[in-house]
Design a protein around this ligand. Structure first.
Ligand code: ZN
Length: 581
């Protein structure tokens, strides 16, 4: 596409916000808007609204909102420039290089070169795996582990041989920037300014992002050496706690089924994929994080998590209860028989048995309560465990869900709900909470408290029915407003109108200075306080003018206090004006 005004506008022209957000959040049409569950805060009832006409979104819960750029930045936790580049790529818009500040361009180019280096490294590892001599041991291993050729190709598996400088030399021969390769975590610097390979004698699992770019690698030993797995270290393109293995091949299936299956290991993910379960992803051998869950909840309504039956597996269930609750993603748990992971289970008992096991998945709360309450025969034991459970509950910020959990616990343990609740309050009051969304607490949103009904009526009129603007622009309707936020919005509307004779909503949001005003604007746009018909608009304008005149009269009467004649004259004049309207 040819660059015409600014890349930002070109991208806005090319993109559709409903289409874009719809790929990450399930949206349903509701009146003029589309609504869904907010991807940024935990909720059960949708308060996330997307408006196609204005190309904006707004969450009535956490107040996040804005245009496609705001969404992309917030969702992927990236900067504006990164969002701009992503979206420009996505919609095939060329960004002229002069547009980027130098630093942003350099950072982007650096990231691009890291992606390219990873791509070359992946091809190198694939080549080694296919090499008749060097790759034989790894191919034998894969065969033994029942990993098919299809899977090897589809997931671009590779092998790093025992050479210390295999990849290093390969990259050097290609004239690649070795410093950058070191930054990507592919090679490790030595004292004498040379490098050696990070991955040696390991099966290589490339890790892709949602755009199918290679962001990093996992490497597994072929024997029982330790560590069993190593991953690419953190870099500007690789964040272990956010990345999910297999996601690039699973998104479609997860979205279609509304469900994601989460396993821990690369091999587990591949075993399920091989057996036709496409909606599976793996954490990179790490515990689940909030970022993992957020990444999934754009596509899935529910997650099934498969844990090992060992202590570590049980501890992981306990930890993930509050994560899932806070993100309001339903989760069910499957625990494997002792000594098994998904890969070994399927290879031993077959896929049919595994499917049966999936059917037995229990809601995470049930699983957690069962785990904690079993074998507690004595009253003292039950009270002790109740407190343990409440400490886990105290991490949950999702109030409605928490109140249901408390009721369930009370039922299950046979203690009155109000007592359980007061025990919970004791725990939470002792603790000073680290807020889940640090940035949310920075900006308290007092908008509602100070914006009264008549402000909202007038805002609804001027924001959503711009035909009313010319009639109200020069009659001081600001005097009817009580909140600074409303005054800022209405002043801005008039300012734009007086400058250009028209009020474009995108321009309006841009010139508003305070966050509170931008939030209030979006709120009124997405959920007008009053919906007017054309006749109503005229009526509302008349009423607004009347109110202003009345207000002026009262002020004048106050001034003319004691002067009956002047007061009579003012009232007559007011009535006459009234008739003119
Ligand atoms: Zn929200």
């Amino acid at each position: 596409m040819v660059f015409n005004q600014s890349p930002k506008n070109d991208i806005k022209m090319a993109a559709d916000i409903v289409d874009l957000i719809g790929q990450f959040v399930q949206l349903k049409k509701a009146g003029r808007n589309y609504v869904g569950l907010c991807p940024f805060h935990g909720e059960k009832d949708p308060s996330f609204s997307v408006n196609q006409e204005r190309q904006t979104f707004h969450c009535f819960g956490c107040k996040r909102g804005g245009d496609i750029f705001s969404f992309w930045m917030e969702y992927h936790k990236i900067s504006f420039m990164e969002a701009m580049n992503d979206l420009a790529d996505r919609y095939n818009i060329q960004i002229p290089s002069s547009f980027n500040p130098e630093i942003a361009r350099k950072a982007r180019d650096r990231r691009k070169s890291l992606y390219m280096l990873n791509q070359h490294a992946m091809e190198y590892f694939q080549g080694v795996l296919q090499d008749s001599v060097k790759g034989k041991i790894a191919r034998n291993y894969l065969e033994k582990r029942l990993v098919s050729g299809d899977i090897i190709d589809r997931f671009c598996l590779g092998y790093a041989s025992d050479q210390w400088e295999g990849l290093t030399q390969f990259l050097r021969r290609r004239g690649e920037d070795l410093e950058a390769a070191s930054e990507a975590g592919l090679i490790v610097p030595k004292k004498n300014r040379s490098f050696y390979d990070r991955f040696r004698e390991r099966l290589i699992f490339p890790i892709f992002d949602y755009r199918t770019q290679v962001i990093g690698f996992g490497g597994r030993v072929l024997d029982n050496a330790k560590p069993k797995y190593i991953n690419t270290p953190e870099s500007s393109i690789f964040h272990k706690g956010e990345s999910l293995y297999g996601l690039q091949t699973s998104i479609e299936a997860i979205r279609a089924k509304g469900m994601a299956i989460i396993v821990e290991g690369y091999m587990d993910c591949l075993a399920l994929k091989k057996n036709g379960l496409e909606e599976v992803v793996a954490t990179l051998g790490t515990a689940l994080t909030t970022n993992h869950i957020r990444r999934l909840k754009g596509y899935a309504k529910e997650a099934v998590v498969i844990f090992d039956s060992d202590q570590a597996g049980q501890a992981a269930v306990v930890r993930s209860l509050s994560l899932f609750s806070n993100e309001a993603l339903e989760a069910r748990i499957v625990v494997l028989p002792e000594g098994h992971d998904p890969d070994s289970f399927i290879n031993t008992y077959g896929m049919g048995q595994f499917s049966n096991l999936l059917q037995t998945a229990v809601p995470i709360l049930d699983f957690f309560l069962e785990l904690k309450l079993k074998e507690q025969e004595t009253d003292e034991g039950r009270v002790f465990v109740m407190n343990e459970i409440l400490r886990v509950f105290s991490e949950i910020r999702n109030e409605p869900l928490l109140s249901l959990y408390v009721r369930r616990l009370a039922d299950k343990i046979g203690i009155r709900e109000n007592i359980v609740q007061s025990e919970l309050s004791k725990i939470t009051s002792k603790r000073s909470f680290k807020p889940l969304y640090a940035d949310m607490t920075k900006s308290p949103v007092p908008v509602k408290a100070e914006t009264n009904v008549s402000d909202l009526q007038l805002l609804s009129l001027l924001v959503n029915y711009t035909s009313a603007v010319p009639q109200l622009v020069d009659i001081d309707c600001q005097s009817l407003l009580t909140s600074t936020v409303s005054i800022e919005i209405i002043n801005s509307i008039f300012e734009i109108y007086l400058k250009s004779g028209d009020v474009a909503s995108s321009e309006l949001e841009d010139i508003l200075k305070t966050k509170a005003a931008r939030e209030q604007l979006r709120e009124i746009q997405h959920r007008p306080f009053v919906v007017y018909s054309q006749e109503d608009v005229e009526q509302a304008i008349v009423e607004c003018k009347e109110k202003i005149n009345h207000k002026k009269l009262l002020a004048s009467l106050k001034k003319a206090k004691g002067d009956i004649q002047a007061q009579n004259w003012l009232v007559k004049g007011y009535k006459k004006k009234d008739c003119e309207i």
